[in-house]
Design a protein around this ligand. Sequence first.
Ligand SMILES: *[C@@H]1O[C@H](CO)[C@@H](O)[C@H](O)[C@H]1NC(C)=O
Ligand SMILES: *[C@@H]1O[C@H](CO)[C@@H](O)[C@H](O)[C@H]1NC(C)=O
Length: 249
Amino acid sequence: MRSYMCSAILSFLLFCLWNVEAKLAPDFIHPCNHTGWSECLVKSTQEAIPDFVKGMPNLGVPSLDPFVIEKLAIPLNGLKVTFYEGKVTGFRKCIVDNVISELEKRHFVLQFHCNLTIKGRYDAVGRILLFPINGEGDAKIKLTNLRMTVDINTKYYKDKKGANHFGLKNYKYSFDYGDRVSFDLQNLFKESKQLSDTVLAFLNDNWRMVAEEFGKPIVDYAVDLAIRTIEKFFSAVPYEELVNIPIPQ
Ligand SMILES: *[C@@H]1O[C@H](CO)[C@@H](O)[C@H](O)[C@H]1NC(C)=O
Ligand SMILES: *[C@@H]1O[C@H](CO)[C@@H](O)[C@H](O)[C@H]1NC(C)=O
């Protein structure tokens, strides 16, 4: 009897400990019960974004809003642009358009659109379109309704403690610059304010062409960072806390 009590108390304590230790998923994660039900996935992804992008230092997950681009060189034909001290904001207000989760096929698709602002400093030497540029100064770029689809092949793995996790096998993405990209680049020509203003107006009038010419490295950088962040989150939080569906065999 006594040993039964002891072991009951022991199990109870272990159970409590287990429960305290077990839950790693933050409260803003609301797992869905069926992945076939896309509305739930869209809703729970949308609900998780504002908190997720703040970062979770306790899980080693960095902030995505804002996120910092210390330095990014954009090598282009005939033009060398470098961004410094960049700060990207806006991810917390992204709108989720669709989520497809195929657990068996190890496939996950996320579609969303966002307004993003990138602020920092730049220097540029070379040519933009026809203009010889030699500038440096403050830079602000605003994207309105940038649309993106991220397509991820996932995998499942066990960590050292035997807990299951989502892993990322590979990913690809496509995007559209959306409704408008506006550029505010100070001092494109160190010598002439008037020429700077004229060329800046030209860049804004032709924003899509300009964005397509030099936007991709910035978007690549941002997507890669976001994916690495999600990967860190997946490696910190077990599968079972993210999805209420047994892991496919
Ligand atoms: C999933 O099922 C549980 C238990 O039946 C329920 O409490 C929870 O609200 C459901 N979650 C969703 C997102 O429907
Ligand atoms: C982005 O800004 C535009 C114009 O201000 C607004 O109409 C749109 O709803 C915003 N989009 C998002 C995803 O917040």
